[in-house]
Design a protein around this ligand. Structure first.
Ligand SMILES: Cc1cc2nc3c(=O)[nH]c(=O)nc-3n(C[C@H](O)[C@H](O)[C@H](O)COP(=O)(O)OP(=O)(O)OC[C@H]3O[C@@H](n4cnc5c(N)ncnc54)[C@H](O)[C@@H]3O)c2cc1C
Ligand code: SF4
Length: 558
């Protein structure tokens, strides 16, 4: 059977009112809201993780505004994995040897965390999934949406799940099964940051026309069990400064959950310029700071993972709707960057899109544009949340950490007090893939060796992501031009994929006696689906596509 034969082989097909791609907070909120509004509507959710929550990685301190709207009685639900209210909230500037805690009074009220909760977002999604299923939503974990189905007029009419059982060379193996077509009157894309189908939709429907480029960070996270004597349930701390230089945006989070667990993570803005920067190593170095390492000494690292986070905000949100469907949650990019929060807006956007879908279906419409959702979001709680912080990221990118954050603070105060910004709405500048400087013009960064106590190497870290892919399958990291990594990226930038990938997927094997040429090696089975390579590759030569469903990390409670 050739690849053409496989692609033209018929697929089983199922019809639904609504298909939702992705069982994160956005997708599950949309599914729940649709069934709450009209139990007769049929709703299916496909999820590429082996189970709901397996691919969810977040901080997470959540603002309950979304849950309060979706499930107003959630506080009375004993099964809700939302137990730890924030009790102490610190914002810290780190220097190489010391730290300064900034007074909370410096920040506008909306930056506070009073009334917010420290959670595992993966566990919140598992719990939301039980609500959705109880309402009659069908959830298919282990199925990746690999293809968009289009109707005769170019409208979206559903998705197809990926084929299972293809060998590396694309030929069918024993047990090969063609993917399924899930057809719908409306399809909601809730793939999170840099969704693979979302990227295609944005291109096909020109959804980014007139918008600023999307912006991203990479967030790397570990979950620790720490010495109970050092644990302060409810404490959260954010930091900026060391180990990043003042021209590189980013910072850390450290959240004390229940059961003596601490979630610690580090975000590096992907518009960084130095190609020798390694976000993974910055994170490891951060934990060695004198004011940080004590928390982890004597503790045990339980889990590791990474995920891109959207940072473009108000000015980068694409058009959300197209004939037959809509983007919701971080597929659209609803993270409030200075608050490092997006899950509340993911839920709110799921609710808003769901309401538009139900109205449309009740009017007898299908596969058209959900105009109400597109018009409504900027005037909704999501729009209010993003509008007042819209200049923080551009100011940080333009003026660096010290001046940029000071100006960002002033701008947020002006927005809180007067509903106005002295800067108007600033532009983000270049897309993240275009910000690297040539190797020859930067000072190379060198990183200390991991100490094996609080800092670790990449391979032992990836082991804790429990990532697993069937090895004999087509590589899901596709190079448009296989020559570019060695011919262009290596001489100009030192092939930065080796460093920005938090899972050690990309390697350059240098020429030696046995190997006459340098080779670019892709260890696809290690991939944790963070999507950073798809975003940051300077040649935009790498495209992340869905591997076989169920492949990828198996996060327990990230
Ligand atoms: C390091 C980090 C820290 C963060 N901290 C916080 C915080 O403290 N508070 C907060 O509120 N927010 C935080 N966020 C942001 C928050 O996690 C996101 O805003 C939120 O998860 C977005 O929800 P979503 O449903 O849109 O997408 P996601 O949570 O990313 O869920 C998308 C789901 O879709 C699935 N999927 C994707 N593509 C496909 C496909 N083609 N087929 C099938 N399934 C697919 C994925 O496997 C995943 O399960 C953080 C993010 C990061 C990365
Ligand atoms: S290969 Fe790409 S998506 Fe996978 S872990 Fe590395 S950077 Fe992330």
């Amino acid at each position: 059977m050739t690849t053409d034969d496989i692609q033209s082989a018929p697929r089983d097909s199922m019809e639904f009112d609504v298909v939702i791609v992705g069982a994160g907070p956005a997708g599950l909120a949309a599914a729940i809201r649709i069934k709450q509004s009209d139990p007769a509507l049929s709703v299916v959710v496909v999820e590429k993780g082996s189970e709901v929550g397996a691919h969810i990685l977040s901080g997470a301190v959540i603002d309950p505004i979304g849950l309060d709207r979706l499930l107003p009685d959630w506080r009375a639900d004993k099964d809700a994995p939302i137990k730890t209210e924030v009790t102490e909230d610190h914002f810290v500037f780190l220097g190489p040897a010391g730290s300064i805690t900034l007074p909370n009074a410096l920040f506008p009220k909306f930056m506070g965390n009073h009334g917010n909760y420290i959670v595992s977002l993966g566990n919140v999604c598992r719990w939301l999934a039980t609500h959705a299923e109880a309402l009659g939503v069908e959830i298919y974990p282990g199925f990746a949406a690999a293809e968009i189905l289009y109707g005769e007029k170019g409208e979206v009419v559903g998705i197809a799940t990926g084929d299972m059982g293809l060998a590396k060379d694309g030929t069918p193996k024993a047990g090969f099964a063609r993917g399924m077509e899930l057809r719908a009157k409306y399809t909601l894309f809730a793939e999170g940051a840099r969704g693979s189908l979302t990227k295609t939709l944005i291109k096909n429907f020109h959804l980014d026309e007139g918008r600023e480029p999307p912006k991203f960070g990479i967030g790397i996270k570990e979950l620790w069990q720490i010495d109970p004597a050092k644990h302060r349930q409810g404490l959260i701390q954010h930091s900026f400064g060391w180990p990043l230089d003042s021209q590189t945006g980013g910072g850390s989070f450290l959240y004390h959950l229940e059961d003596n667990q601490v979630a610690v993570g580090f975000v590096v803005h992907l518009n960084y310029k130095n190609p020798t920067l390694s976000p993974f190593d910055e994170f490891q170095r951060f934990k060695t700071h004198p004011s940080i390492r004590d928390t982890f000494e004597g503790g045990k690292r339980l889990a590791y993972g990474a995920r891109a986070i959207t940072e473009g905000g108000w000015q980068s949100v694409p058009k959300l709707v197209f004939p037959g469907g809509a983007l919701i949650g971080c597929a659209a990019g609803f993270v409030n960057v200075p608050r490092i929060k997006g899950s509340h807006n993911a839920i709110l956007s799921g609710i808003q899109a769901a309401d538009s879908v139900v109205n449309a279906l009740h009017e007898g419409r299908q596969n058209d544009e959900l105009v109400g959702y597109e018009i409504g979001w900027r005037y909704s709680a999501i729009g209010k949340d993003l509008f007042r912080v819209r200049n923080v990221k551009p100011l940080w990118s333009k003026f660096g950490t010290y001046l940029g954050l000071a100006l960002g603070g002033l701008d947020m105060w002006a927005n809180q007090l007067f509903g106005w910004s002295p800067f108007g709405t600033l532009s983000h500048g270049k897309p993240d893939h275009a910000t690297l400087l040539p190797l020859a013009s930067v000072k190379p960064i060198t990183y200390p060796k991991p100490d094996g106590v609080v800092s670790f190497d990449k391979l032992s870290s990836v082991f804790l992501a429990s990532t697993n892919h069937e090895e004999d399958q087509p590589v899901h990291l596709r190079l448009a031009d296989a020559q570019i990594p060695i011919a262009k990226n290596l001489p100009k930038f030192g092939e930065p994929a080796r460093l920005y990938c938090p899972a050690g997927v990309y390697e350059v094997v240098h020429a030696s006696d046995g190997q006459p040429h340098d080779r670019f090696v892709i260890n696809a089975q290690n991939c944790v689906h963070c999507k950073t390579c798809d975003i940051k590759d300077p040649a935009q030569n790498i495209t992340w596509v869905t591997p076989e469903g169920g492949g990828g990390p198996n996060y327990p409670n990230m």
